[in-house]
Write a protein that binds this ligand. Sequence first.
Ligand code: ATP
Length: 255
Amino acid sequence: MAAMLPELYANQVEKTYPNGTLALESVKLGIQPGEFVSLLGPSGCGKSTLLKLFAGLEQPSAGHIRRAEGRKLAMVFQEATLMPWARVTDNARLPLDLAKLDRAEADERVARALKLVGLEKFGAAYPRELSGGMQMRVSIARALATNPDLLLMDEPFGALDEFTRNKLDTDLRNLWAERGLTVLFVTHSIYEAVYLSSRVIVMAARPGRVIADVAIDGPDLRDDAFRVSPAFMRHCAELSSLLTQANTEHERNAA
Ligand SMILES: Nc1ncnc2c1ncn2[C@@H]1O[C@H](COP(=O)(O)OP(=O)(O)OP(=O)(O)O)[C@@H](O)[C@H]1O
């Protein structure tokens, strides 16, 4: 059988911003179709920068970024970025309107996407009538309505309370399992990374770089039982120790 081409690929990628900040150094990473991969690391280690490079929103200063051809990408940001004056359905239909998709087909896709995120009864609501978690769901529905193969998510649940975040993590994980999506997810929460991912890429700061690539041993369908399982605890301890080690080394070198 031929080897699968990676969905996303970074080779010796470096990113220096115009003000001279070296945000990423020597990043080499391949992500296969259907994987759920998290980028985990402290603030400033270049997680968002790497996501933006994969999305084509930034260009590398050195090295190469490659995305598999013919695959559709959607991005979800930390803020829900909804239009406050527009109803939920109109918000979720925006990218389809911009792409001038036939209205009947667009409405059908939006209805399906809202159902997938559990908001089928809220199509006529305005964003201000929804909780923060529900607004994030609209943002995810807006991305799903474009029928993406690849979802890039930049700390989408970072601003939510822990209970809502756990619930959305579970829903996202189930959605991924049902839809066969490839997901690249940015977080600085060890628990969230372990719960969601098939693989966690651990990053360190100054300069931003990849320090470990950890496969997560867990069931396909995950629920709260996984959060208290020995495998979950073991992975959390392992990732925590990798992050501490990287920061201690940095402090020692800086001293
Ligand atoms: N547009 C920019 N211009 C200059 N420096 C930038 C720019 N964007 C990011 N940086 C710097 O690059 C480094 C990496 O930033 P990035 O936002 O990718 O990190 P992050 O790991 O996503 O952080 P956080 O978790 O806080 O969002 C930081 O030092 C940041 O200050």
